[in-house]
Design a protein around this ligand. Structure first.
Ligand code: UDP
Length: 487
């Protein structure tokens, strides 16, 4: 068991300094007063299984910084677990909560699962006192809090970051396997109401995942910075020919000191403007990349066949680029499926007419340096005209929230999580069936040709994120849960 140090970072004042966040920060401070006062003298212990990678590790530090600034005592513990057998079991539990796998869990599984958790118990008992609140994230450390509760008078809460919209035989089986622990828990937190399994419904709160607006992935970046980051990172190297048109005008104006002169570029932006349609995700079949590429190609072909070459609409579609980005598989050794999906996409790309290939780019993003990766994602999202998340299944698509925060209109599928995040016709378009190529191509064309609506959707999207999906809306949810569930 390891106690994780949280480095200094943005302060409440820094968030307040952003005009668009100002009033939501004030609301938060007002609403936070009472629950914070009631948590005096208690320590909140967040427990998960990794200090690096994944949404929990990404969001916890900024949440903790804000709460600490307000006087809350909050700590982060990571369980020690090296046994492969343990991670095999927790992965199977994870998959079963998603409804996949065979749903079989044996007595031996339980022994391994509990033994690893029990090894972490002595250290936990050294740190945790009567009256404290223990919050466990995801299945790996779930039994640990049950064990702590037998020794200390604490309240225990389980935060589940995954889920399936329906109860199936497999989900029933995994909840049954977990029931000796869930019976001990005082409260549960899920991301969407639809993900809460029946037996836990009465003891559950909903807190949707959120973003930190000042993190490297989301902080403001001016256009010249975006271009600089993209060129320096090398992610465009294989695609200079494709993206050159979009960026050359700007790059040509690099000053000797490395800064950019954008003034004249702005004057003539219409002449060089090439809309970019972008999806960034893991290389996973459920992210719908192949379907998106097919729809993009169909849109281009239909335009050439039926469009009027003198019209602005024709030219706009003709100029549009598709960029698909995801992790460079060289950096993700534990995901052989990712490599396979990327290969399939690349093979499909090679079969595309050369005339159209030049409008499509597949970008591989380096993952060795989390800050650089975050800045690249930020820059790619900010230089896009439309951000797509064409997922066949999606629990909650952080990419859509990131895009909306950046005032980008989004095109998403009707997957449960995305439907919860995006309001059709207000913050973008929901294209129900991500595998309906014809309809997807129509929606894309519609969005491209409604430039004023796109601006409006972008603005509405940012507002929606500020009101529902930032660090502050999430913290209010947490403070209420903590205040209502203390011993
Ligand atoms: N992401 C990234 N680099 C990539 C692809 C994705 O940093 O090459 C990030 C993306 O910005 C988002 C997260 O990974 O923050 C993906 O979260 P999401 O909820 O969209 O999907 P998941 O991967 O959890 O299914």
């Amino acid at each position: 068991m390891q106690k994780i140090n949280v480095k200094p970072g943005a302060k409440i004042e820094d968030y307040k300094a952003y005009g668009s966040l100002y009033s939501s920060v004030l609301d938060f401070l007002e609403q936070a007063k009472e629950p914070i006062a009631s948590l005096k003298g208690k320590t909140i212990w967040m427990i998960n299984s990794t200090a690096l990678g994944g949404g929990v590790a990404e969001m916890l530090p900024s949440q903790m910084r804000i709460l600490r600034e307000l006087g809350v005592s909050i700590e982060w513990l990571v369980i020690e677990a090296r046994e492969k057998a343990f991670f095999d079991i927790t992965k199977r539990i994870h998959n079963a909560i998603h409804g996949s796998g065979n749903g079989i869990f044996t007595q031996e599984d339980r022994q391994v699962y509990e033994a690893v958790n029990r090894n972490n118990l002595p250290k936990a008992l050294e740190l945790i006192n009567d009256g404290d609140i223990v919050v466990v994230h995801d299945p790996q450390p779930m039994p640990l809090a049950s064990m702590i509760k037998k020794e200390r008078k604490v309240s225990i809460i389980w935060r589940c970051h995954i889920g399936l919209e329906e109860d199936t035989e497999i989900t029933d089986a995994v909840w049954e396997f977990l029931s000796p622990y869930t019976d001990d828990y005082d409260h549960f937190v899920f991301s969407l109401p639809a993900y809460v399994p029946k037996p836990l419904k009465k003891r559950t709160s909903i807190i949707p995942p959120a973003i930190d607006p000042l993190s490297h992935k989301n902080r403001e970046l001016q256009l010249h910075k975006c271009i600089g980051i993209l060129y320096q990172s090398g992610v465009l190297d294989d695609h200079k020919a494709i993206l050159y048109d979009r960026y050359k005008y700007l790059v040509r104006k690099v000053m000797p000191d490395g800064s950019f002169d954008l003034l004249r570029a702005d004057e003539n932006l219409d002449l060089i403007y090439r809309p970019i349609v972008m999806e960034i995700s893991r290389w996973d079949r459920l992210k719908g990349f192949k379907e998106l590429m097919d729809a993009f190609i169909k849109m281009k072909l239909d335009n050439r066949k039926n469009g009027n070459p003198d019209s602005l609409e024709y030219k706009r579609i003709e100029m549009t680029l598709l960029v698909m980005g995801g992790p460079d598989p060289d950096f993700v050794s534990d995901d052989p499926e990712g490599q396979e999906v990327l290969n399939e996409l690349t093979e499909a790309y090679k079969k595309v007419d050369r005339n159209l290939q030049k409008d499509i780019a597949i970008l591989l993003l380096p993952l060795d340096n989390p800050k650089e990766n975050a800045l690249i994602v930020n820059a790619l999202q900010r230089t896009s005209s439309i951000i797509v998340q064409n997922s066949i299944q999606e629990g909650f698509g952080l990419t859509a929230t990131e895009a909306m925060w950046k005032r980008k209109p989004v095109l998403v599928s009707g997957a449960a999580g995305l439907k919860f995040q995006v309001v059709h016709n207000k913050t973008g378009q929901i294209n129900e069936d991500p595998t309906d190529i014809e309809q997807l191509s129509k929606t894309l064309t519609y969005m491209l040709n409604h430039t004023k609506d796109r601006d409006k959707w972008g603005f509405n999207g940012q507002l929606r994120v500020i009101q529902n999906f930032t660090l502050f809306s999430q913290l209010i949810g947490w403070l209420q849960v903590l205040a209502n569930n203390k011993v």
